[in-house]
Design a protein around this ligand. Structure first.
Ligand code: CP
Ligand code: NVA
Length: 304
């Protein structure tokens, strides 16, 4: 693996190897075993959108790996004033050992990888959120011991999270069901990929999607950049809330995942959120371990 641009590019074995490494790094962190595999390396973190978890978990994760993290807000970079990504990529590759970028267009991330010469990690685009879904898969595997054969159900907007969950879940041999309103379906390329799997289903009926699910996942109804559409989205998604009624259709011990930030009373009720808070915050913690695994895989030396 040279970059992490989207899960569509990753082989199932590569995903498994990241998850195994993430478990190992989590164990080492809990037991105070140092793992300074980024010693002497610098990683730039470009943010064109807000972030709490991604920024903090990358910064602290890189520190724990012995490397240096540079927070690069697009407000301060020349890219925010129109310097082309092709030039930014070639310049930053001469200073940095790796780049994480959170932005709008997937093409920008792909271009950064194409024109630069260091590993690029996608920290969220409008199209996908691979780092988050690696953490989700890690959390689910921790709870159930396996991924193979589990039913993952996604309810709500066919957005970046839906796209990555569908691809990641299917690649890991999970059954994936998604319930999205017709106008808010996942990306065409993702549906094309998923069309090759008998284990995938897409419906506009949330209760049907949730039937016997082992994991129920949702996300905000209005993602970053969609603030102007908020009102119409609230109406379109009104029947797509993860609430106690929906959870009753899932398996009795089903877990709930939410990438956060969560909007209680919208995509998830306070009751369901709080009943599953432990799993949701474990998922948030696992961002740290999963991303350290990605960094180690892409730019680590095995030197300790
Ligand atoms: N889940 C997630 O990516 O959170 P942030 O937007 O806070 O980084
Ligand atoms: N779908 C959300 C995820 C936030 C982590 C967004 O893009 O804003």
């Amino acid at each position: 693996m040279k970059h992490l641009l989207k899960l569509l590019d990753c082989a199932p074995e590569e995903i498994t190897s990241i998850l195994d490494r993430a478990d190992q790094l989590k164990y080492e962190r809990k037991h105070g075993i140092p793992h300074r595999i980024l010693e002497g390396k610098s990683v730039g973190l470009i943010f064109q959108k807000s972030s709490t978890r991604t920024r903090v978990s990358f910064e602290t994760g890189i520190f724990q790996l012995g490397g240096q993290a540079l927070f690069l807000s697009s407000r301060d970079l020349q890219i925010g004033r129109g310097e082309p990504v092709q030039d930014t990529a070639r310049v930053l590759s001469r200073y940095l050992d790796g780049i994480m970028i959170r932005t709008y267009e997937q093409k920008e991330v792909e271009d950064l990888a194409r024109y630069g010469s260091v590993p690029v990690i996608n920290g969220l685009t409008d199209f996908c959120h691979p780092c988050q879904v690696l953490a989700d898969l890690m959390t689910i595997r921790e709870r159930y011991g396996v991924l193979d054969g589990l039913k993952l159900c996604y309810i709500g907007d066919g957005n970046n999270m839906a796209n990555s969950l569908i691809v990641g879940g299917l690649k890991m041999k999970m059954k994936v069901s998604a319930a999205c309103p017709k106008e808010y379906r996942p990306d065409k390329t993702v549906l094309e990929f998923a069309g090759g799997y008998e284990t995938f289903s897409l419906t506009d009926d949330p209760m049907k999607a949730a039937e016997n699910a082992d994991i129920v996942i949702t996300d905000t109804w209005a993602s970053m950049g969609q603030e102007a559409e908020k009102e119409e989205r609230m109406k379109a998604f009104a029947g797509y809330q993860v609430n106690e009624k929906l959870m009753a259709a899932a398996r009795p011990d089903a877990m709930v995942q939410h990438c956060l930030p969560a909007y209680r009373g919208q995509e998830i009720t306070e009751e369901v959120f709080e009943a599953h808070a432990e799993e949701i915050f474990e998922e948030a913690e696992n961002r740290l371990h999963a991303q350290k695994a990605v960094l180690a895989e892409l730019l680590g030396s095995e030197r300790r």
